[in-house]
Design a binder for this molecule. Sequence first.
Ligand code: FRU
Length: 307
Amino acid sequence: MNPVLCVGCTVIDFVTINDNFPEEDTDRRCLDGFWQRGGNASNVSTVLRLLGSDVDFFGMLSHAGAFRVLLDDLHRRGIDVQHCPHTEMDPPFSSVIIVKATGSRTIVHCNKNYPYVTWQDFSKIDLKRYGWIHFEARKASETIKMMRAVQEHNRMNEERIIISLDFESLFEANLPLCGLCDYVVFSKELANQQGWQTAQETCTELAHRVKPNCPSIICPWGNTGAVCLDATTQNLHNGPAYEPKQIVDTLGAGDSFMAGFIYATYALRQSLPDAVDLANRVAGHKISQFGYDHIAQLQKDNKPGNI
Ligand code: FRU
């Protein structure tokens, strides 16, 4: 099976675990903490590897010393970065506050205009190597050209590359990307910003705006599960969430959902509702512990989703 290519950002997440959410202008100690490689497409790559997929990451890497830890982690996990361009700038980072009682995560991200990969960088990649390309909805002007290149590849080749999009920011700017995809995962936070109150409403409203080239739309909605709208049948389906006994760490739950969905659809060839179910299981399992490594447990005995 051809590898998956994940296009987007990789950043350093500095995570602290706290008794409660800090008050402004106080000096306090956290209960614990750790740092890890983060960023949406970067996390999707991590979880796909843990589930057993071959993955390449395509994003801006850095020669800065602070980036070494990210590179080491990518190498250690067997995520190929051979196509990535480099900059001298320091990597982006996020300060993440996790509240112990709820597992909630609050992210303050610092990007400082870190450069994003361009269509020119992307055009050097031999796309024949891939069966699925996943994009973060970022820098729409470049991403749209990358997606068009994949579509062009699909017109000229028998083996089609499936395109997915993780849509969680800048609604108007990123909306034009949707019509170029097979699957769009749309975030609850962005839906709320649009005034859409349910996952069903989000799928229907988004489909309405993307017509006539509507992709299948998937909308995860926290503990009520996820709704998907099938592009061919126009059927809506609701998949329940899998809440663990204790919610420990919700950082990257959406990225884990995305990876679970790609894995189920691509590697396991599951139907849309089944893939959404597995994505819910992966996200539910992710939030039961800190970090991502425990997701590999789902693959024990070859029973993905065996929470
Ligand atoms: C989680 C995440 C973090 C990162 C932030 C960037 O989805 O990818 O790892 O700090 O979002 O927005």
